[in-house]
Design a protein around this ligand. Structure first.
Ligand SMILES: CC(C)(COP(=O)(O)OP(=O)(O)OC[C@H]1O[C@@H](n2cnc3c(N)ncnc32)[C@H](O)[C@@H]1OP(=O)(O)O)[C@@H](O)C(=O)NCCC(=O)NCCS
Length: 187
């Protein structure tokens, strides 16, 4: 008998099935409901969601945003990675890394962006470092309705050719609400 196949579901931000919505809401609440460092900050819209599954079993989720950022004084678009999770009974089986492989591919090959960025908790830096992401030297500033804020945790970046360093000045203007459109697919 063949082992069950892995599938990648790619959806626009909120174009999800009831089962996917329940999966996302439940585990988002478990993992990110009380993230103190993000409290009070404007959330960027989610443009894409990638979910790794094995048959009907949902294994791992990540959200992507095409985010305008100012790097070293130049405006550019980066693929912002957020909300990566694997339900805890499935941790350590390679699903998170496998989904990140696909997410990085999506950012560079499909969205044709030259850079990935993520805002994460300090304890996750080693997870992304092993994937060749670089920790940006602080401060990273975020434009907010009430003025300028400084991100209080880690920011990491990845270039398509993995040659980046963390020595950049990064500022994030208020994210645009509109998004480019792409068809939902299953691969
Ligand atoms: C981070 C996470 C997505 C990894 O998913 P996963 O399916 O277990 O990933 P993999 O099996 O591919 O890889 C597991 C690796 O991540 C490491 N890791 C996971 N959580 C970690 C943490 N909090 N601190 C340090 N390392 C961690 C494991 O030690 C393991 O390392 P190894 O490969 O060197 O043994 C999962 O632990 C998770 O959902 N965590 C809670 C949500 C979260 O914090 N998301 C990150 C937001 S930036």
């Amino acid at each position: 008998m063949n082992p069950p196949a892995y599938h990648l579901d790619v959806m626009r931000g909120n174009d999800v099935t009831p089962a996917q919505e329940q999966f996302i809401n439940h585990w988002n609440q478990c993992y990110f409901g009380e993230v103190a460092v993000a409290k009070g900050l404007t959330k960027a819209p989610v443009h894409w969601r990638l979910i790794l599954r094995q048959d009907q079993c949902l294994l791992s989720h990540v959200a992507l945003t095409e985010l305008g950022i100012e790097m070293d004084g130049q405006m550019m678009k980066a693929g912002a990675v957020g909300g990566l999770f694997t339900p805890h009974p499935l941790h350590g089986m390679g699903h998170g890394n496998s989904l990140m492989d696909r997410a990085e591919e999506f950012i560079f090959d499909r969205l044709k962006l030259s850079m990935g960025i993520l805002f994460c908790l300090p304890e996750l830096v080693s997870f992304y470092s092993k994937r060749h992401w670089s920790l940006v030297t602080p401060p990273v500033t975020l434009e907010q309705k009430g003025g300028l804020a400084t991100w209080g945790a880690a920011v990491m970046i990845l270039f398509a050719d993995r040659t980046q360093s963390g020595q950049h000045s990064i500022h994030v203007p208020i994210p645009a609400r509109d998004s480019e459109r792409i068809d939902s697919t299953t691969e």
